[in-house]
Design a binder for this molecule. Structure first.
Ligand code: NAP
Length: 256
């Protein structure tokens, strides 16, 4: 219940999917949660849910592609709660799913703006608060697609490889400040992102799910909480000696 007691955590893209599950578990484990997203209705609803079940959360609109907005919102969160202990760089999009030679510059830039530049902006503007407090934990949502290829979604693969290495480099840059930086690598998790992907697939939603499930040795797609518990661990003192590492939670996908 108290694994994150007295910690203040920011979750980007916190209104849906893995971000939403993370906000709920953070609150359950005693953290004060800054829920941020571009989906204001869903974000506000989540905050009501957390606060009505005894947790502490507040919602801020935050598009991670806008540096001035990131700086402003983080400053407001710091002023409201007194500190920023944990940053979960979760906001992400799946982007164009076509071969590299068909991807447009616009499609490439759109995805990189959210999945890579967004992580850069959020890390950049969280670090000064963490340095001043001489503590912090930053968790970048990478993917199995940041570890191995799958012959699809080229910009997504590139972006997830980038945030994996950004975590390692930032881990080294800020270790002396007692700021830990790690990446998390989910297999397929049933969230609105994957559900939309499934709906658009030529196979249809049901067969897509079956086909994707078969790629995971455990035989099924994961749930948002499977990832959120890993994020809780990395945010907590239990992981005080863990930095620059990759937490793979993928039902065995990359063990093959
Ligand atoms: P999701 O269900 O689509 O939720 C992501 C949230 O981020 C949505 O609320 C989304 O809003 C929001 N968002 C999009 N662009 C944003 C921006 N510019 N600024 C702030 N928020 C923004 O995604 P998910 O499946 O939970 O994925 C969460 C993270 O895990 C992502 O980084 C994803 O790449 C990673 N991941 C997911 C899986 C998986 O199988 N689900 C596997 C590996 C890694 P909109 O709905 O309006 O876009």
């Amino acid at each position: 219940m108290d694994r994150l007691k007295n910690l203040v955590g920011i979750v980007t893209g916190g209104a849906l999917g893995i971000g939403r599950a993370t906000c709920l578990l953070f609150a359950h484990e005693g953290a004060v949660v800054a829920v941020t997203d571009v989906l204001d209705t869903e974000g506000a609803q989540l905050v009501r849910e957390i606060n009505s079940s005894g947790g502490v959360a507040e919602y801020w609109h935050l598009d991670v592609t806008r540096e001035a907005e990131v700086q402003d919102v983080f400053s407001k969160i710091r002023n409201r709660f007194g500190k920023i202990d944990v940053l979960v760089n979760n906001a992400g999009i799946s982007g164009a799913n076509k071969p590299t030679h068909e991807v447009t510059e616009q499609e490439w830039d759109k995805l990189m703006a959210v999945n890579v530049k967004g992580v850069f902006f959020c890390t950049k503007h969280a670090i000064p608060y963490m340095k001043a407090a001489h503590r912090g934990s930053i968790i970048n949502l990478s993917s199995i697609y940041g570890l191995v290829g799958a012959a699809d979604a080229p910009p997504y693969h590139a972006s997830k490889g980038a945030v994996r290495l950004m975590a390692k480099n930032d881990a080294l840059l800020y270790a002396a400040d007692n700021i830990r930086v790690n990446s998390v690598h989910p297999g397929f998790i049933w969230t609105p992102m994957v559900e939309n992907f499934a709906k658009q697939s030529a196979a249809g939603e049901k067969d897509f799910r079956k086909m994707i499930s078969a790629k995971h040795p455990l035989g099924h797609i994961g749930e948002p909480n499977d990832i959120a518990w890993g994020i809780v661990y990395l945010a907590s003192e239990e992981a005080k000696f863990v930095t620059g590492s990759e937490l793979i939670i993928d039902g065995g996908y990359t063990a093959q």
